[in-house]
Design a protein around this ligand. Structure first.
Ligand code: SF4
Length: 884
């Protein structure tokens, strides 16, 4: 092992901000991370997730060897089997009987090789990706308006704008470093206006000058009305419209109907607030509209994207500093996937199935024997085809569709009956890998090497700084090996990601001559060393990188003009009586299905349980009390989660996070409830607009446990696990009281009859506490009560690895911290583990009046800054009390 620490410049593997990370491997093998001060996405910042990357590198639950039907195998055997099964299936049923479902977690080089194999050599378009669930509507909207899938601006525009419109994006939690850049810019220029358009009053609204709580899907009407306001308010850029666009008249005429009163009716927002927003937009030249999943994940997602773009085209506010429509992607390499054709309806290097020239060009470049002639099946349809037996062999890479696809139980059933399922992953046990015939161990972050592209078209290197563990291999290697075994050896004889990138760049430049947006001609000559040293750069890269496009027109359509797209705003979603609009999304400190962030105790402390966020008045009407359990159900399924009452939520709506799976909760897979309806243009599912009933669950008992290891939770009606320092914290509940508590607990924790289990019982109050110690350390402690258990979670998790004498054992059994250990409450600051009660005390008792004063007193909010918006909310909520 090297004795000197080695620091590598890489990128964060989570969201589409694409922050640069300095990862240092120390002499003792430990890894530390910090933000890369030179990376233009983050200039040294990292959010809570990025800051905790070093806590997610353990090999726990890693898939380290190939497996065939659960049996450990060697690579040759596993690869031969995959190649044989795919070949046989294609020979018998044709190329469209196989499919590949990838992920925005794949590096561009992995994606490139996968796409080449499926579309160029196997000859099917059936390669899609989980990016379909994330931003396919933005892709479709861009292509309709610009002719290509091009994001016109850059992150600097968000800081330079005088008006920032955030639509359907909880940037503070989902793209925290971008949020911090905006918050800092607004602090420096308080005159910069921020408008947040979101049904929920998320923490992002804490920096908003105006929040428009639109009804679900009301944003299309809002932007139709905005175009009309731009016409009547004199904000049109007539030169830009005539020189660089086409189709304005029809769009203008269609928008004319959308008066403020009509928009108010369609959105549920007051006419006064709408008029304020429109007035600001009309008068402010430097305006950026940022949008993400709240816009994309809708049956009208593509129309909504075009309704936004129409306003920017009409005012000429595009492609110049501080102006433009700006789609931010959810995943770290959603953009890279789009570049190589990772979506079923795209070819490669932004070329199109619809163009015979493009098909011919790609065929010749690859010398492809069987180039697919038509788009393949998009994610939801792909899994329908698996369900119906048309697709008989599927290869799933770096994603967990059994949890993330709408009607997730149908996706699970489809895989259960599929003839041949291959899963490449870094994780041994996921809800998806359970159904795999073959599991292939892939390289994870820190081990793999390649490039990713962030939301501002910036290509950055993701570099390895760890050895591949055991038999794990990079995805590009795995795919190439299967391709060779299928007889395509020459075309897949890659020795490094550098060679793949060189080919990818060459394809982008092939017969391009400035005709196509995706052009890396300036990077085609990179040798291995230059590739290794590649600095972040924004495509197109001809002589050099490109910050912005379209400021002077130059769209990639036949006539070089952008297209206005006339849209018909959908009726806002109005749930049937007794139903709620079900909105799904992310929380601050977790990523997707938690396979990595779930390993960090710090990240798990912020929100440790799946929840349903409900308006307090709806809760009252339903008989739901704070912290009780609720069931959400519809024809697709049913889940049980904790009730979180908050007036940030609109009445009639409920928000449930997407992260909890069958691995960490009993019944919290929210996508089992989501109806699989999709946008007609993009095929993106409407993940934010299903309907569900809500009813209170009345458990006979609630429980809370801390434990060194996972107990046997089969038969427990409700449970949710979270990683804690040195063990786990577990929330539990049961619908029936066990006849014998001692036997129930011994069984759950697998304790011998002679082990000295400590317990105290208050049977009249239905309270029972248990604890088991080994060599003075807690093996587990369990607290049972008839209502949600009032034990301090932070205190309890801190006891797991401590040594305990008789007196503290008694305290643990009683579930009570000593007077010298006040309850910090739920963790707000993940970096310094500062709880809400501590912050409230600093406000009420300590006189802290702003976030900086809290930082000075408690350090909270002074590292990654992800919690600053929440701290501000806590200060605002408690300031009154402090002043009394
Ligand atoms: S904002 Fe956070 S999660 Fe996103 S790339 Fe940056 S550090 Fe990673």
């Amino acid at each position: 092992m090297s004795r000197t620490p080695r620091t590598v410049k890489t990128t964060c593997p989570y969201c589409g901000v694409g922050c640069g990370v300095l990862a240092t491997r120390h002499a003792d093998g430990k890894v530390t991370v910090k933000g890369d001060p030179d990376h233009p996405a983050n200039y040294g910042r990292l959010c809570s997730k990025g800051s905790a990357l070093d806590e997610t590198l353990s090999l726990d639950n890693r898939l380290l060897y190939p497996e065939i039907r659960g049996r450990r195998a060697v690579w040759d055997e596993a690869l031969n089997l995959v190649a044989k099964k795919f070949t046989e299936t294609i020979e018998k049923y044709g190329p469209d009987s196989v499919a590949l479902y990838g992920s925005g977690q794949l590096l561009t080089e992995d994606y490139y090789v996968a796409n080449k194999l499926m579309k160029g050599f196997i000859g099917t378009g059936n390669m899609d990706t989980n990016s379909r669930l994330c931003m396919a509507s933005s892709v479709a909207g861009h292509k309709r308006a610009f002719g290509t899938d091009t994001v016109p601006g850059c992150y600097e525009d968000l800081e330079q704008a005088d008006l920032l419109v955030l639509v359907g994006t909880n940037l503070a939690w989902c793209h925290p470093v971008l949020y911090q850049r905006i918050a800092t810019a607004k602090e420096a220029r308080p005159e910069m206006k921020v408008v947040v358009i979101d049904p929920r009053r998320t923490v992002t609204t804490d920096i908003a000058d105006l929040h428009l709580p639109v009804a679900a899907d009301g944003d299309a009407a809002l932007f139709a009305g905005l175009l009309s306001a731009c016409v009547s308010g004199g904000a049109l850029d007539h030169d830009y419209i005539s020189d660089h666009t086409d189709g304005f008249t029809e769009v203008r005429d269609r928008a004319r109907d959308w008066t403020i009163d009509k928009v108010a009716k369609a959105t549920g927002v007051s006419a006064r607030d709408i008029a304020t927003f429109y007035g600001w937009f009309v008068r402010t030249e430097k305006a950026v509209t940022i949008y993400s999943q709240g816009v994309n994940q809708s049956v009208a997602g593509t129309d909504k994207v075009n309704a936004i773009i129409n306003c920017h085209l009409a005012t000429g506010r595009i492609g110049s500093p501080g102006m433009g429509p700006f789609s931010v992607t959810g995943q770290p390499n959603a953009m890279g996937g789009r570049e190589v054709g990772g979506l079923a309806n795209m070819l490669a290097a932004h070329m199109d199935f619809a163009s015979e020239d493009d098909r011919d060009r790609v065929r010749r470049f690859w010398d492809a024997p069987a180039l697919a002639e038509k788009p393949g099946l998009k994610a939801v349809d792909m899994f329908r085809a698996i369900e119906e037996g048309q697709i008989k062999a599927v290869w799933i890479m770096a994603t967990n569709p059994v949890d993330s696809l709408p009607e997730a139980d149908r996706a699970r059933a489809a895989l259960a009956k599929c003839d041949f399922v291959v899963v490449s992953d870094i994780i041994a046990k996921t809800d998806t890998s359970e159904w795999a015939h073959v599991r292939l161990p892939a390289a994870g972050w820190g081990e793999k090497d390649g490039t990713v592209t962030n939301s501002e078209r910036r290509i950055s290197r993701q570099r390895a700084f760890l050895k591949l563990p055991e038999a794990a291999k990079p995805d590009w290697w795995i795919i190439s090996e299967v391709a060779k075994r299928m007889g395509f050896g020459e075309a897949f004889d890659y020795r490094s990601p550098a060679e793949i990138f060189a080919e990818h760049a060459a394809l982008s430049a092939f017969e391009n001559n400035g005709q196509r947006d995706f052009d890396l001609s300036g990077l085609t000559g990179l040798d291995a060393k230059a590739y290794d040293e590649l600095v972040p750069v924004q495509w197109p890269v001809r002589e050099e990188g490109t910050k912005r496009l379209f400021g002077e027109g130059g769209y990639f359509t036949a006539d070089g003009k952008a297209r206005f797209v006339a849209v018909t705003p959908p009726e806002p979603v109005t749930p049937a009586p007794g139903q709620f609009v079900l909105n799904t999304g992310r929380v601050r400190d977790h990523w997707h299905t938690m396979t990595r962030t779930g390993k960090s105790a710090r990240l798990s402390a912020h929100i440790a349980e799946p929840f349903a966020e409900l308006h307090p008045e709806d809760a009252l009407a339903l008989g739901v009390t704070p912290a009780s359990l609720v069931r959400l159900s519809n024809d697709n399924g049913s889940i049980i989660v904790r009730a979180l009452l908050s007036d940030r939520q609109q009445r009639g709506s409920v928000f449930v996070p997407m992260h909890w799976t069958g691995q960490n909760a009993a019944q919290a897979r929210v996508d089992t409830l989501v109806t699989a309806i999709t946008d007609p243009f993009s095929g993106q599912p409407a993940l934010k607009m299903s309907e569900a009933r809500i009813s209170p669950v009345t458990p006979a008992w609630y429980g809370f446990a801390v434990a060194r290891q996972k107990p046997d939770l089969a038969g427990v009606d409700y449970w949710a696990l979270a990683t804690a320092e040195s063990g786990l914290r577990i929330e539990l509940a049961g619908l029936e009281t066990p006849a014998d508590w001692d036997a129930f607990v011994r069984n759950m924790f697998n304790i011998d009859a002679d082990a000295s289990l400590l317990s105290v019982h208050d049977s009249r109050a239905n309270k029972h506490n248990f604890a088991l110690f080994e060599d003075g350390e807690v093996v587990f402690a369990l607290f049972i009560a008839p209502t949600p258990v009032p034990v301090s979670r932070q205190w309890a998790v801190g006891q797991i690895a401590e040594q305990h004498e008789d007196q503290t054992r008694a305290r643990i059994l009683a579930g009570r911290p000593g007077a010298d250990m006040p309850d910090a409450g739920a963790i707000v600051c993940a970096c310094y583990q500062v709880g809400i009660n501590t912050i409230v005390e600093a406000v009420v008792g300590g006189g802290c009046a702003n976030v900086d004063q809290i930082g000075a007193a408690l350090k909270a909010g002074t590292n990654c800054g992800s919690c600053r918006a929440e701290i501000k909310g806590i200060i605002d909520a408690n300031r009154l009390q402090a002043a009394e």
